[in-house]
Design a protein around this ligand. Structure first.
Ligand code: PLP
Length: 409
């Protein structure tokens, strides 16, 4: 076997499809979010505005969060020192789980090292706890959910069309009445910016005796009066069995979790390999997350400002005739429609306009729907938006891309 040739072939394939990924080397400026310094391969540096961060509210810069992290390092040092079972359960972890349980109005919560791990570990473990479980999964669920759901094998999963409750109901009705069932879905779908029908999904779960598992990764911190997510906003938080979230996006730090009934939490804690066999989060991350969650619970004005900024950007880009996809959330996707143009526009924006927005290509989104995905935060100013809209207008003309592609009004 020519191992090198196999690796080269794999990379050539990605290059040929125009979706080879290049990471931008960025250093964010504390206190000046969303500004950053971009370092190129030759060592040259320039200033950019970051338009695609999932630190949606700039909490990674909030002095309250940073102070808590500094203090934890002073008090407890760097790493946690082990798995949760072997000396890695610190007071910071316990406090954070309490804070998360309170956020979601659940008695218990369980921390993982990332949102990815929390989904993968929790969903795959549910098959061990509920023999014969069938998981009903939205077709656009995140890779981390799919990975956990696949652990059950083909017979144990049903995939319903995205946000299509009629299809979901037909699959629920066709499944054996006595089989344990779980509906796994997201609130905000992060690539299109659409939002699931919470009440409709919960009603179907009740009708067919199914449990519900909701990924609120792109909603926690940002929706609901205390930032618990869309289920809080829509008044159904108490009717969702397991709520999953991340500490790495709007909370500005890192880590993942689930919140649920204590029996569910205890069983997953006891069976989930992705929880048991890995070193727990460093205390400073846990302390930063507690500070961030507490602060956001009490600062609804940040959520209001965030929504206003998203609406302002959508309006500006639509006015400029750009194909803004119909998002109902804080995410502003602009359709390009092919990977080569998508990457080209992103490259030129970075090199010539100081705008950093990553191209979103297959497999993150279906082929033919390649896009730029903007995530305006409360710190993105009108002037930044004007600069962005001007740059995009110029590039759309320059690259000869269809301006109103059935999306923008
Ligand atoms: N769930 C969804 C819907 C996501 O988009 C992501 C990450 O982008 C995750 C889970 C994973 O979260 P984390 O980045 O904390 O691993």
């Amino acid at each position: 076997m020519d191992y090198k040739a196999a690796f080269r072939n794999a990379l050539d394939k990605v290059h040929a499809e125009g979706r080879y990924r290049v990471f931008a080397d960025l250093k964010r400026h504390r206190g000046a979010f969303p500004r950053a310094t971009w370092t190129q391969a030759d060592g040259s540096q320039s200033e950019v505005v970051v338009w695609c961060s999932n630190d949606y509210l700039g909490q990674g810069q909030n002095p309250v969060v940073l102070d808590a992290m500094h203090q934890a390092i002073e008090e407890a040092g760097a790493g946690s020192g082990g798995t949760r079972n072997i000396s890695g359960t610190t007071h910071y972890h316990v406090e954070l789980e309490r804070e998360l349980a309170d956020l979601h109005g659940k008695p218990s919560a369980l921390l993982f090292t990332s949102g990815y791990v929390s989904n993968e570990a929790s969903l795959s473990t549910l098959y061990k706890i509920l023999p014969g479980l069938i998981i009903f999964s939205d077709e656009l669920n995140h890779n981390s959910m799919i990975s956990g759901i696949r652990a059950g094998g083909r017979e144990q999963r049903r995939v319903f069309r995205h946000n299509d409750l009629e299809h979901l109901e037909s699959l629920l009705a066709a499944a054996p009445a006595d089989a344990p069932k779980l509906i796994a879905f997201e609130s905000v779908y992060s690539m299109d910016g659409d939002i699931a029908d919470m009440k409709g999904t919960v009603a179907l779960a009740k009708k067919y005796g199914a449990m519900t598992y909701l990924d609120e990764v792109h909603a926690v911190g940002m929706y609901g009066p205390r930032g618990a997510g869309v289920a809080e906003r829509d008044g159904v938080m108490d009717q969702i069995d397991i709520i999953e979230g991340t500490l790495g996006k709007a909370f500005g730090v890192m880590g993942g979790y689930i919140a649920a009934d204590p029996l569910i939490i205890d069983a997953i804690r006891s069976y989930a390999d992705g929880f048991i066999f890995t070193t727990s989060l460093p205390p400073a991350l846990a302390a930063g997350a507690v500070a961030s969650i507490r602060w956001l619970k009490a600062h609804n004005e940040v959520r209001i400002a965030h929504q206003e900024r998203a609406a302002a950007l959508k309006a500006r880009l639509i006015r400029a005739g750009l194909p803004v996809m119909p998002s109902v959330s804080h995410i502003v996707p602009v359709l390009v429609g092919d990977p080569v143009h998508c990457k080209m526009i992103s490259d030129i924006l970075l090199s010539d306009y100081g705008v950093y927005v990553q191209p979103i290509n297959y497999p993150t989104v279906p082929r033919g729907t390649e896009r730029l995905r903007f995530t305006p935060s409360p710190a993105h100013t009108d002037a930044m938006m004007d600069d962005l809209a001007d740059a995009l207008e110029t590039l759309w003309a320059h690259c000869n891309i269809k301006r109103v592609g059935g999306y923008a009004a």
